[in-house]
Design a protein around this ligand. Sequence first.
Ligand SMILES: [Zn+2]
Ligand SMILES: [Zn+2]
Length: 678
Amino acid sequence: MSTQMIAIHLPDGSVREVPAGTTPLDIANSISPRLAAVSVVARLTPVEATEETKATEEESSSDAAMYAAETGAAARLVDLSTPLTEDTRLALLKETDAEALKVVRHSAAHVMATAVLELFPETKLGHGPATDQGFFYDFYRETPFTPDDLTAIQAKMAEVIARDEKFVRESTLREDALAEFEQDGDFMKTHFVTKFTHPGDQVSFYRNGSFVDFCRGPHVPSTGRVKAVKVTNLAGAYWLGDEKNPQLQRVYGTAFFSQKEMDAHFARLEEAAKRDHRVLGKQLDLFSIQDLAGPGLIFWHPKGGLIRKIMEDWMREECIRRGYSMVFTPHVMRRELWKTSGHAGFYADNMFTPIKLDDAEYQLKPMNCPGHILIYKNSPKSYRDLPVRLAELGNVYRYERSGTMHGLLRVRGFTQDDAHIFCTPGQIEDEVVACIEFAEAVLTTFGFKEFKVELSTWDPKDRAHYAGSDENWALAEGSLKRALERKGIAFRTIPGEAAFYGPKIDVKLVDVLGRLWQLSTVQFDFNLPARFELEYVGEDGERHQPVMVHRALFGSVERFFGVLIEHYAGAFPLWLAPVQVGLVPISEKHHEYAKSVKAELEAAGFRVEMDDRNEKMNGKIRDFANQKVPYILVMGDKEAEARAVSVRTRGKGDGGSMSVGDFVAKAGALANGRSMEL
Ligand SMILES: [Zn+2]
Ligand SMILES: [Zn+2]
């Protein structure tokens, strides 16, 4: 071993000179044994990199990332026991780090394979990557696993973890490894080595106890660090997705650094299943998708339709208040229009097949933009007319492959709360600020407290892929960025993620379960104004091309409704609830009184339903409660005499009786104020 010294740059800015061959674990120990004990894996970043870049989700979960040799040029995760050989930045990741979770899950896959081979030695191994929800391992065995086998695998995994075996990296000449795999009939391992390594390479293996797996790593230091693991389910999968190949058994599991985190994960899944908008949509009779009509096409039932009306009324009024003009454009237009816009080319895969009519081909619209552009173009514009803000709750139709549709979230026909803003370059920053403020109003009004903002910018090195001039891009990206900064909104910049026709801001809301949903978008477009030769006459008397922005805030009314259903678990706030008040007369002799209360409430603007069935009071209360009605008013002799109602509030139970007038005042204030209190 040479005595060459290398420089290790730590996150606090300090630099340590250590002999080459020192490991991240050595460095952790030299800082404090405590730090060494809680570290899971290390991230190395080349010193010349300006900031620590993380591999994207896609990169880190792909097969290539599991097997291909490291390039050394980008940030990468390594075992704590990896000898460091050159100057590098080093970060020690702890259990709380999101990237460490993937490492423990992949390590759990090795534990699973260890257990399977101990129980069923004839099994051949595929591979075992981490996923967003856990991990899986592909196995080949003539006899399929049974549920009892899975229980045995889970128990054996606990033994492997208790043995706390170190994950040790070894390397072998590729050709030697291949020879051994071929001799053992390990057809899947042979495939992975052949595909992801090159002749003459050293290939890496990981050993724990007597188990060895071809893998690039990294892993947690030892099996004992997999502190909570659960085998969840089993699915069949053909090797390489080809049904002519042997059928593999994909065993799924999930792993965490603690039992507490795992319990929270399963509680979250259970809660999400209870909130599934497809289930609640049926249970609350909000919407349906009909076989006879076709997949991905939504039928809004009276109760869902009512919520939609409230959403749309709010949106239209806000648009008008904020200086938008409401327009309507046809659902189907000549295909020539879509050739001019370019959609017939670059968007062809997402469009319905054209419809042949007597004179020409017609196209069901996948977007509202060309329609709004035709309205803009219909009369000459001067700088005094700008900004022109055209808004429409426009139905669009997009082709989604059969089998990919999902409730209200992924559909073939939906309604965009779409608007296009045409303005001068000098106006754009204020316009973007106004869009962001409008987006914030949507989120807070509909009861979301948290959101995340992303700014997608271009990759100037890939110039050929983008429409618009360098000045266009500088202006657009600058105004998006400055608008966010003016609003004091934290955002993440994603370079190279912009559409070819312009940069954009995406707003993702965070729902009550912490899930992210992509909704609002503010998107620049340098392509359409040029294709349609849009103009305005400037102050200088010359013709100029306006700046064009697409923006949608709900995104899709259908999708937003789906998110609302899941966010509220169907218990909509009072102002959105399709039935706000359920009336329960105790017996038939109270029907007359209940009817008079109904009339009074309806006159005050409430949506009221009265249950006059010949049922027990408790049954009627239960039915309204199951429909998640915010207020249930019970009426018997006492109430009729005092012109009062006995009030049950959703989530709070029986609140005693109050006069009808007091109820109207109290509930009216909540509903009219769009309160989130109920
Ligand atoms: Zn591995
Ligand atoms: Zn558009």
